[in-house]
Design a protein around this ligand. Sequence first.
Ligand SMILES: Cc1cc2nc3c(=O)[nH]c(=O)nc-3n(C[C@H](O)[C@H](O)[C@H](O)COP(=O)(O)OP(=O)(O)OC[C@H]3O[C@@H](n4cnc5c(N)ncnc54)[C@H](O)[C@@H]3O)c2cc1C
Ligand code: SF4
Length: 479
Amino acid sequence: MTDKMLKFVEIGQQNPPKRQISDRKADFNEIYDEFINQKAQQQSSRCSQCGVPFCQVHCPLSNNIPDWLKLTAEGRLREAYELSQSTNNMPEVCGRICPQDRLCEGNCVIEQSGHGTVTIGSMEKYITDNAWQQGWIKPIEVKNEKNQSVGIIGAGPAGLAAAEQLRKKGYRVTIYDRYDRAGGLLIYGIPNFKLEKHVVERRTKLLKEGGIEFIHNFEVGKDGTLDQLRKKHDAILIATGVYKPREIELPGNDLNNIFPAMEFLTASNKKGLGDKVELFDKGILNAEGKDVVVIGGGDTAMDCVRTSIRQKAKSVKCLYRRDKENMPGSAREVANAEEEGVEFIWLSSPKEFRGKNKIENLLVDQIVLGEPDETGRRRPEVKKNSEFEIKTNMVIKALGFDPEDLPLLFDSKELQVTKWGTIKTDFDTMETNLKGVFAAGDIVRGASLVVWAIKDGRDAAESMIKYLKNNEIRKSKVA
Ligand SMILES: Cc1cc2nc3c(=O)[nH]c(=O)nc-3n(C[C@H](O)[C@H](O)[C@H](O)COP(=O)(O)OP(=O)(O)OC[C@H]3O[C@@H](n4cnc5c(N)ncnc54)[C@H](O)[C@@H]3O)c2cc1C
Ligand code: SF4
């Protein structure tokens, strides 16, 4: 093993090169270039093959990282791919957009010994992109078709991962989604420069070819009720994500040109996919030539500022009430935004939107960080007489998301939710209080990550398979 591996002392850490900043800002394409084969092999060989791999422990999917790195270093790329896909339904997506600094790479032992982490995310992307190129990734072939059917509400990563796992076992799977395309936030939330849409589309195409049925433009609650779907299918999975934007109630909130983040990002993604978007085409939901202020400090805020830059905004400012060290967004994304020319105004909080009909100025308070609150984070407190104005003609609010009122929306008052409005499930089985109805992803956890949605989708599928098998046995006994 030592022949090929443990090269972290002689080989330095390298990520695939980032494109020139001026090129990045000129289009919406991903910002990292491809690894070439030899480089990928070299970088994999830096892994120290720990006995207890902390990278794997801190990957929500428990990906067998050291083994697929070793196979890559040995040039056994097909085996590396087979191993990698055995625990992850979308390794090329996670490789691109997981916050690796907080998960696998943040816990790499050689990082902690000062040599720089193995670039696990880029390797995962490389292994799977290469498998697509080589034609190794094929649609599901079902050997033993089952009569039982499953209805999945939501075609985001949680719904798609569950669908794949269930279909592989031969169940008939139908996915209902209110959008016109599959992918959930992968398609209409996360911008192209982090995740190009063809990467998502080739996955959903493959699932269709494997026999999964997609019914688009079908909103449960409007085009059918949960009860109707329960009668139609043997089991149901709710994987609807969280979409209600958090609000700040400030004077002037109803002025024009103040938008929730998802409205802005969806319009931009739809344009990228070639759709007509009237509000964008009329210049309303388009940042071009404008002084944009984005309020918020998470990944959604970073996506908004970087989208505004690419839409050729005149200036882009990001307002966040804590400091850089306490931002919830990934450090990598903040660095990318800074490189691309976003101005961060740390320790600041909006106080009033000002203007006649449209937003013209934002009144802002300065903030100081006080004592830690119940979450352990230092509480932001307004600094007396510190207010100042920022000139702006477009404000984007990226303050996070809450669940919609699903019991009301689904006309299913008996569906139990938590005090936060997320769906209550049995911790072990992921079943809700309604028999045969399971739930997964953001609608259970609250706004989270793609990798957790995939994990939940896989776990829910496993539990649903047990449930369906038990039902089958019960029925055959009665018969
Ligand atoms: C702007 C943005 C950027 C992000 N960036 C990252 C990132 O870089 N890395 C990362 O790991 N995570 C990121 N996330 C978080 C990640 O996208 C989510 O955690 C993940 O998509 C959740 O998956 P899900 O399947 O639970 O829900 P979603 O992806 O939200 O999918 C839910 C699906 O359900 C459908 N649906 C909802 N209600 C109904 C209904 N009533 N009837 C029918 N269909 C319905 C929706 O149309 C949607 O297609 C980001 C989120 C946002 C908003
Ligand atoms: S899924 Fe995410 S956390 Fe797990 S190995 Fe891949 S990039 Fe790291």
